[in-house]
Design a protein around this ligand. Structure first.
Ligand SMILES: Cc1cc2nc3c(=O)[nH]c(=O)nc-3n(C[C@H](O)[C@H](O)[C@H](O)COP(=O)(O)OP(=O)(O)OC[C@H]3O[C@@H](n4cnc5c(N)ncnc54)[C@H](O)[C@@H]3O)c2cc1C
Length: 480
């Protein structure tokens, strides 16, 4: 083991900054400790900083779900992509796990790295270029910043998540679904190119034309094969206004049939739906939006033609960006309350949606959701092109999500809801469903071959090729 190069300490910045690693004690050595004689292997010089202070470690052990709290031993705030390459290589050489953390909106510790290094992508968050073809962005950019900048230039990414405060790298690692998925697939289906740092610490550019095998596993790859550092996101011209249709039904089949009709003819640019609690039980709400500019206002009767007659209909108009960003403030307020959020997110085949949802709702109580929304909406399978975003084998796929909140926090309720999630997942799998792995579903290693089906082989080969030491994103649990 080499002695720490004391000259590095002078350049290393704050006393809390890490300057060396002690493999024997499995610990990072701060500048202050090194000055008192603690040895170790010198950490490569960095443009940013590697820290071990309590606040940084505690933050990296938290996420939106407030259920899993696994502390890393250090946090990298990269000052450059080279910092990520350096630390991934260094961690690989010493058997230390690494996870990139975007905005930590996972619900079950997916971005954590117990006793490892968490890389905070927020320090690499620049929009480099916006052209009609695409936006060149760092992985730490939030969709909020990208949509704001793009719409100011009359452009827009094709697909927005419901909440925009998520990082580009974070949603591209899982899929990125929203109301526009009915027309454009997932966010991962709308990426032109990626720059990534593989599990071996190599920076590689990949796209449908170049290094396609890497491109295809990184998108929706749960951070397993490489860290996304930069992306080119497809942009299209933006309309200025959203005309929004909220059609209320008292029967589930009316909602799902209305959604199927609208999906088939593409009358909405945005198509979602919700199950809502009403005084007389469950109600069902279709939420559709049509985007337009200037005087080209959609004809409301035409838009609703042929749909099952709703019990209630609300029609409104909002500026396009305000519509996309409508839940941001609410989510920020909820996040500050830190209520545990054991979310269940499933993709269901069209044929089983009604029996599955009806069965689950029959026993679901207000305490089981905590007032969190229940989403239900369809998208065509043909638009979902990325092999590692697992979806059911069905021409139409429904997202069904119970975004539960436990308020006030209560561990017994959280445990019960995690078990409920697992039971619902098992039922969904038996009926041809998949989980959307942003959920809080207790999974086992053996679940992943089933999850990926025929693509599991691709996943396994990619892991051994691009992250042979198995250092990346350990808490996803995909490879044990
Ligand atoms: C309020 C709220 C609303 C949401 N709405 C939607 C929605 O409408 N549609 C939808 O699809 N999802 C939605 N999500 C889920 C969200 O897309 C995922 O949780 C996503 O992973 C969060 O992005 P993040 O930046 O917070 O990622 P993190 O939680 O920080 O990371 C998630 C995973 O990706 C990995 N990762 C992060 N960045 C990178 C990177 N640059 N390269 C490689 N791996 C990386 C992490 O290691 C981790 O495994 C929502 C979540 C919340 C809390």
């Amino acid at each position: 083991m080499a002695d720490v190069d004391r000259r590095r300490f002078l350049a290393a910045g704050a006393a809390a900054a890490v300057v060396a690693f002690d493999p024997a004690g499995l610990g990072w050595v701060t500048r202050a400790q090194a000055e008192t004689g603690t040895g170790g292997v010198a950490v490569p010089g960095l443009d940013g900083e590697l820290v071990t202070d309590d606040a940084a470690l505690a933050e990296a052990a938290e996420d939106y779900g407030q259920i899993a709290h696994r502390r890393p031993r250090a946090v990298l705030r990269p000052g450059s992509v080279e910092d990520i390459e350096r630390i991934v290589r260094f961690a690989g050489a010493h058997g230390v796990a690494v996870a990139m953390r975007g905005q930590a909106h996972s619900t079950f510790g997916q971005a954590q790295a117990p006793a490892g290094v968490v890389i905070d992508s927020r320090t690499l968050a620049e929009i480099h270029e916006l052209t009609p073809r695409g936006a060149v962005v760092d992985a730490g950019v939030t969709w909020l910043d990208l949509f704001r900048a793009a719409t100011a230039a009359g452009l827009t990414p094709s697909v927005a998540t419901d909440y925009l405060g998520l990082s580009v790298g974070g949603t591209l690692s899982v899929g990125g679904v929203g109301g526009a998925s009915s027309r454009h697939g997932f966010q991962v289906d709308n990426v032109l190119e990626l720059d990534v740092v593989t599990g071996e610490g190599k920076r590689v550019r990949c796209s449908p034309q170049v290094n396609r095998d890497l491109f295809e596993v990184v998108l929706g790859g749960l951070g397993q094969y490489a860290i996304i550092v930069r992306a080119i996101i497809r942009l299209v011209p933006a309309e200025t206004t959203a005309r929004v249709y909220r059609l209320g039904y008292s029967r589930l089949t009316d909602l799902t049939n209305a959604q199927r009709i609208a999906l088939a003819d593409g009358r909405f640019d945005y198509l979602e739906g919700q199950v809502v609690q009403t005084d007389s039980g469950w109600g069902y709400l279709l939420e559709g939006a049509v985007y337009y500019s200037g005087a080209d206002v959609p004809d409301d009767a035409e838009i609703q033609r042929g749909l099952p007659a709703p019990d209630t209909a609300e029609i409104s108009a909002l500026p396009y960006f305000d519509w996309l960003n409508r839940i941001y403030d609410l989510v920020e307020q909820l996040k500050a309350l830190k209520f545990p959020s054991p979310w269940l997110n499933l993709f269901l085949p069209d044929a089983v949606v009604e029996p599955f949802v009806d069965d689950l709702l029959a026993t679901l109580t207000p305490a089981d959701t905590g007032g969190g929304p229940i989403l239900l909406y369809p998208m065509p399978r043909s638009l979902l092109t990325r092999p590692l975003v697992a979806v059911p084998d069905s021409a139409v796929v429904f997202l069904f999500a119970i975004l539960r909140m436990v308020a006030p926090p209560d561990e017994t309720t959280v445990s019960r809801l995690l078990a409920d999630n697992r039971a619902a997942y098992d039922r969904a799998v038996a009926m041809g469903g998949k989980q959307y792995p942003i959920s809080a579903i207790p999974t086992r290693f053996a679940d992943w071959p089933t999850h990926y089906g025929a693509e599991y082989r691709r996943a396994r080969l990619a892991k051994s090729r691009f992250d042979p030491r198995g250092v990346l994103a350990p808490e996803q649990g995909v490879f044990g």
